[in-house]
Design a protein around this ligand. Structure first.
Ligand code: MLT
Length: 202
């Protein structure tokens, strides 16, 4: 059944009716509280929806299973991407935000599940900010993402996500029609101030 089957926080918008919303997606070991301050900083008036990943890896919440660092259980990625996409539409009905004005903001594992939803459920997001994302899966056919804006903010020295992997993700989303900005921060896997500033001006 499609229901609100994620532990989550919701912060109402400061505008109405049918406000836009940010879907905030934490990294491995995070929870529904982590991204709230960043979300408010990026958009002072949007509704904020922040779920906790349903998968546990040694007690650390994630949004899908992995076999090793950077090696994903693709079947689980697909299943969890659909589960989260269904959660977003159920939450839009429950909390009365506009399902056509949802922007994902994800870090690391959260960015990877957001990229998976872009590839598998192209109707869910109007935009996506992907911090330290990589190619999460290669779909059998590319979706139509002509209506979607994407910012990929990657680390030049990220030991987990090689530069060419971030470039491959950008190319894939562009081929699907998305309006993609790919930028590199002189940083590793951790976020830095430059990432936040870039997301704000994007
Ligand atoms: C992932 O598992 O999604 C990536 O390896 C990033 C991470 O969460 O460490």
């Amino acid at each position: 059944m499609t229901d609100l089957n994620f532990t989550h926080r919701f912060v109402p918008a400061q505008e109405s009716p049918a406000p836009r919303a940010l879907l905030l997606l934490h990294g491995t070991g995070g929870d529904e509280n982590d991204m709230i301050p960043l979300g408010r900083d990026l958009d002072p008036t949007a509704a904020l929806l922040s779920p906790r990943g349903n998968v546990l890896e040694n007690g650390m919440p994630r949004f899908f299973r992995r076999l090793a660092e950077g090696v994903f259980d693709e079947e689980d990625v697909i299943r969890r991407a659909h589960e989260l996409a269904d959660f977003v539409s159920a939450a839009a009905a429950r909390y009365e935000f506009d399902p056509n004005r949802v922007t994902a903001v994800g870090y690391s594992n959260g960015a990877n599940i957001a990229a998976s939803i872009l590839l598998l459920r192209p109707e869910v997001f109007a935009g996506a900010v992907l911090f330290r994302a990589m190619v999460p899966l290669v779909p059998s056919a590319l979706p139509n993402l002509a209506h979607v804006r994407v910012l990929i903010s990657s680390g030049e020295h990220d030991p987990i996500v090689p530069v060419e992997n971030a470039e491959r993700l950008a190319a894939m989303l562009r081929t699907a029609g998305a309006d993609v900005t790919l930028r590199f921060e002189p940083a590793g896997h951790a976020l830095s101030l430059g990432d936040i500033e870039a997301a704000k001006s994007w």
